[in-house]
Design a protein. Structure first.
Length: 95
């Protein structure tokens, strides 16, 4: 699994545009991306004339190729899975 950081996305764009940006960064076709998942989406409003989202995605790709300049933005990662333990006792909330 690969994590792609710093993908700039317009405020009106869809997830399909994000998928296309990720595929372009990895130099593969959008159909070759598997397990595509948005992991972080934040607003960059440092410039009032250019407000946009900065996103990070996790995906798997066949034959992914990265440039030397993109090494810091594309890192291997593990898929996160969360397990909730059911102890049968309800928590006590005070307040």
């Amino acid at each position: 699994m690969l994590r792609i950081n710093n993908l700039s996305l317009d405020l009106n764009s869809s997830v399909e545009k994000l998928r296309l940006l990720a595929a372009n960064r990895l130099k593969v076709k959008p159909q070759d991306l598997h397990d595509f998942k948005l992991t972080k989406k934040s607003v960059d409003a440092r410039n009032k004339n250019n407000v946009h989202f900065v996103c990070s995605v996790d995906c798997m790709a066949k034959n992914a190729f990265t440039d030397d300049k993109d090494v810091e933005n594309i890192v291997p990662c593990e898929a996160l899975t969360f397990k909730i333990k059911d102890s049968g006792v309800r928590p006590v909330v005070i307040g």
